[in-house]
Design a protein around this ligand. Structure first.
Ligand code: AOF
Ligand code: ZN
Length: 330
């Protein structure tokens, strides 16, 4: 399953609105004979890719998949059928498919005499490669990760507005990798005017760039870098989080990185539309300068938006914190 998770991580950002699934086929002796991952929409699912590599060696073998194999005819035939035809006798998967059209694969496999069971490394998969898609499948809304870097005193820029080098080189490099694995990166018109960001993944070999999304009613400066041809850009003339997310969902966007300023992020937090906070705290003090978050509708301490620290770790000299809402955004 660790190998299947690795394969699914590698295709993140290329499969939406489908989930990035990974699959591994073991032969009857337990030897790995095939690995695969979901291809771009309309293409083969992970199981089919892994089975193609395994060929005849799959007979009598085991399939390990990050998502319950689908039982439906969608744009592609059911994976349950492909597994049965290949002679797979055991299936282990991590999480059930919440899509009512595709779910029920475990029951189909069991009825055909396959030893099928879910739950293997389920938490790793739910928090990792399938987090955004599971949220999208359950709520219909793209998953929003608010990412920012701040000083120890919570500031995202110095008094003169300079912000580029708050976090370390290691943290900045990691964010560029992250950008290749998401569908869209979002800021407000204010950030475009103030920082003129490029919003692309740089410094790593990649053949894909996320959709750049700028929200807000103001016009963009005609020479703004987000308007270059490094990547596609969408300008959504609203700041209503639900209108923004509905528009992105209609475009097949599942996984969004919010890199906006305090006003835009405040609107998303107030609306309960931040599903994860990814924060890099740099070992620096600034004492003045803008804070990460503006007004989020919190007037008194008992109204604070509660978070749970899911993981705290180091990234170079910075502390990396992943936090999720204490009450899941339904
Ligand atoms: C799997 N393995 O690798 C993926 C699955 O239109 P289709 O045929 O591509 O089906 C899309 C649905 O299939 C998707 O919503 C999800 O429920 C499931 N995705 N299932 O067995 C895979 N990507
Ligand atoms: Zn399938």
């Amino acid at each position: 399953m660790a190998l299947a998770i690795e394969r699914s991580e590698a295709v993140r950002g290329t499969t939406s609105p489908n989930p990035p699934v990974g699959a591994v086929i073991l032969d009857a002796e337990g030897e790995v004979v095939g690995v695969g991952a979901t291809q771009p929409p309309g293409g083969p699912h992970a199981e089919v890719m892994a089975l193609a590599q395994a060929g005849e060696r799959a007979r009598g073998g085991t399939a390990v998949v990050t998502l319950e194999p689908c039982s439906h005819q969608g744009r592609t035939p059911p994976c349950t059928g492909a597994l049965l035809k290949a002679g797979i006798v055991r299936v282990r998967y991590a999480v059930s498919d919440p899509n009512p059209k595709a779910s029920g694969g475990e029951a189909v496999l069991r009825e055909a005499g396959v030893d099928a069971e879910g739950g293997l490394l389920a938490t790793e998969v739910e928090r990792g490669p399938l987090r955004a898609w599971l949220h999208f499948a359950r709520t219909g809304r793209p998953h929003v990760t608010w990412k920012y870097a701040s000083s120890v005193d919570g500031r995202v820029a110095a008094a003169d507005g300079t912000s580029r080098w708050i976090s370390s080189e290691e943290s900045r490099a990691e964010v560029h990798v992250l950008r290749t694995r998401i569908d869209a990166i979002m800021v407000g018109t204010g950030t475009v005017r103030a920082d003129d960001p490029r919003l692309t993944a740089r410094g790593i070999p990649t053949d894909r760039q996320p959709l750049r999304v700028v929200v807000g009613s103001g016009d963009l400066p005609p020479n703004a870098r987000v308007l270059d041809d490094e990547a596609e850009t969408a300008h959504l003339r609203t700041r209503d989080p639900d209108e923004v997310l509905a528009e992105l969902a209609a475009r097949g966007v599942v996984d969004v990185l919010l890199e906006g300023g305090p006003t835009l992020v405040g609107a998303f937090v107030a609306a309960g539309r931040v599903d994860r906070v990814l924060l890099y705290v740099a070992p620096k003090l600034l004492g003045a300068g803008p804070m990460a978050l503006g007004d989020a509708g919190v007037a008194t301490v008992t109204d604070a938006v509660g978070l749970v620290f899911e993981e705290v770790s180091m990234c170079g000299p910075d502390v990396r914190i992943s936090a999720v809402p204490a009450v899941e955004n339904g």
